[in-house]
Write a protein that binds this ligand. Structure first.
Ligand code: MG
Length: 297
């Protein structure tokens, strides 16, 4: 018999009830307050078929996709267009995907400064759109000559200023771990969470990507639990970076982790599509909802 953490702490499970007497009342109270996790499916703009944004949003509404992830490149010039399109839709902006200039942990200070200035422009637009945050990869392979020790120090020193700017604009920085083929510097969700902890700013948070996680993590469940309160966005893709359900990649263990941390943000398609998008995307949404149901905690 499996006992969920929430039931155990709340004393709802038979086996847990006897142990509750020894737990402080506040622990049980805290567990009751923990929000129930939600599966809010989002998609990057480019994944959805359609002539323009209004046509894409109409399809997303019909398919039960609640979030729109847009690129950060040129975003300040698109705020009005996106706000107007969203007026006729239930879809809301989820995360903003990169699009900045410069490199956060470049060995060249001028390139780091270019990143900070550019990220601020995008963060201001992200805030106007009510976005959960701007996705940032500290350095792709080959973008910095700094070693990992020095690179980490540079990053932890640089992020508080951006975090403060982000919070002022009601949004966040979201660090994204990738796989070693793309970015050795940041590969594991636990490592991203430790950077967020060391920065210690509400505007500096992180995300996870199922495609990269399949290559790097030993456990999707463990990775999301390690990310915990720092996790504010998730990318959805199969093992071969197609739509979830288009290969054997399971999302159940990861979804268990999201449920255990009471995840409230979006899970967003960042992937290719095999076949007709109008047919395959709704199939993938259905597949994900089934995987979410199978994730019993
Ligand atoms: Mg990603």
């Amino acid at each position: 018999m499996s006992i969920s953490r929430r039931e155990f702490l709340a004393g709802g499970a038979v086996a847990g009830a006897g142990l509750m007497a020894g737990l402080p009342a506040t622990a049980a109270e805290e567990a009751k307050k923990e929000p129930k996790a939600v599966l809010k499916i989002s998609s990057q703009e480019g994944v959805i078929p359609g002539r323009d944004l209004p046509e894409k949003l109409a399809k997303m509404d019909a398919w039960g996709i609640e979030g729109l992830e847009v690129g950060g490149g040129g975003l300040p010039g698109r705020v009005t267009e996106i706000q107007n399109a969203l007026k006729n839709s239930n879809v809301r902006v989820s995360a903003i995907c990169a699009g900045f200039r410069g490199v956060p942990i470049s060995h060249d200070e001028a390139v780091r400064k270019e990143f900070v200035a550019s990220a601020k422009e995008i963060l201001a637009a992200a805030g106007e759109l009510g976005s959960t945050g701007l996705i940032v990869v500290p350095a792709f392979n080959g973008q910095t000559e700094l070693g990992h020790v020095e690179g980490r120090k540079v990053l932890v020193d640089l992020l508080p200023e951006l975090g403060e700017f982000a919070v002022q604009h009601k949004t966040r920085i979201l660090l994204e771990p990738l796989n070693r083929g793309e970015a050795w510097f940041l590969r594991l969700l636990a490592d991203a969470a430790a950077i967020c902890r060391d920065v210690g700013h509400a505007g500096v948070m992180m995300m996870g990507d199922f495609y990269h996680m399949a290559k790097e993590e030993t456990s999707d469940l463990g990775a999301f639990i390690s990310a915990g309160k720092y996790l504010h966005h998730v990318h959805l893709a199969s093992r071969t970076r197609k739509l979830p359900g288009q290969d054997e990649r399971s999302f159940v263990e990861g979804f268990k982790g999201l449920k255990m941390i009471g995840y409230q943000d979006y899970c967003s398609f960042e992937c290719g599509v095999e076949g007709d998008r109008d047919v395959e995307i709704p199939k993938s949404v259905k597949f994900l909802r089934e995987q979410w149901e199978m994730a019993q905690v």
